[in-house]
Design a protein around this ligand. Sequence first.
Ligand SMILES: *Cc1c(COP(=O)(O)O)cnc(C)c1O
Length: 355
Amino acid sequence: MSNITITKTSELKKKYEDANKLVFGEMYTDYIFTMRYLPEKGWHDAQIKPYENISLNPASLVFHYGQEIFEGMKAYLSPNGEPLLFRPDENFKRMSSSAERLKMPKLDEKLALEGLCELLKLEKDWIPALEGTSLYIRPTMIAVDPYLGLKPSQEYLFFIIMSPVGAYYATGFNPVKIYVETKYVRAVPGGTGNVKAGGNYAASLLASSAAKDKGYSQVLWLDGIERKYIEEVGAMNIFFRFNDAVVTPELSGSILPGITRKSIIQLLKDDGYSVEERHISIQEVFDRAKKGELLEAFGTGTAAVVSPVGILNWNDEVIEINENKTGELTLKMFKHLTGIQTGQIDDKYGWSLKI
Ligand SMILES: *Cc1c(COP(=O)(O)O)cnc(C)c1O
């Protein structure tokens, strides 16, 4: 049996009325899961309690040196109304490797998953049922020692909060416009680009808001040394279809190893596509687009699942991919993966975990 203490509340929040009107990340469920870490005790004090503010000493290390990591995952409702998680073991495994990179303790992955499952059982009614909607899950780990010197914390807080989200494609499955960033970079070899650390995202905001000002929805990041090779698009991995070969940047150390990326590679191979994980230069993409060989491009990540790319701007040279329409393979991959995630398509790899 579990050693998670559960404190219930009799005052449940008022839930959303129309799941289609939910804005990402604005509403939180009734409960939070927390646990603490100390070197002599390991992970302990696992609790589910009513959602509340966290009180911390202002000197806590997380506020000063950014020792913070997180994950992003989703729960969906199956056609029979059971909560489904998509490859949650992969998220907690990745969180442990993020922790190692930031000199934080490895997660107790089993306890974290147990905490999440218990939390979901309690909050099942928060999972929206409409097509495309889900319950977004945010596991987080922060350094809480009050100390102004630079050192790794001894004590850590891990928590999971959840937020119902509407359909990502409420206005249709439309391609996005992407600005190729040539000045700023997201990550460098030897840095923290391959882990989900909060600091990476703080450092990306300036470039993405400049791209938005120019009318683009995200930036495409190039490598940190030569500004030549493609890394990622916003907080998604990226795929290009050249005729019948699909190419995605190889995991070089500065690219986040997406679980959606890994799953899509598997589905593409199953469908008989040749998938190349390799260096791919922005020059190659533009050259082959002009020769008519670039048929489709799409990003992958938990939030959007699969997001078609319609326009790329590189130093003010603009290419349109598939006439700025969603490509057939992009749509097929989106339907296949969301079908597995929502329990509507045969899940031969056992990716979906029923709670
Ligand atoms: C989270 C994330 C992704 C996508 O990872 P998934 O596991 O597919 O959600 C890709 N790139 C970055 C930078 C990310 O933060």
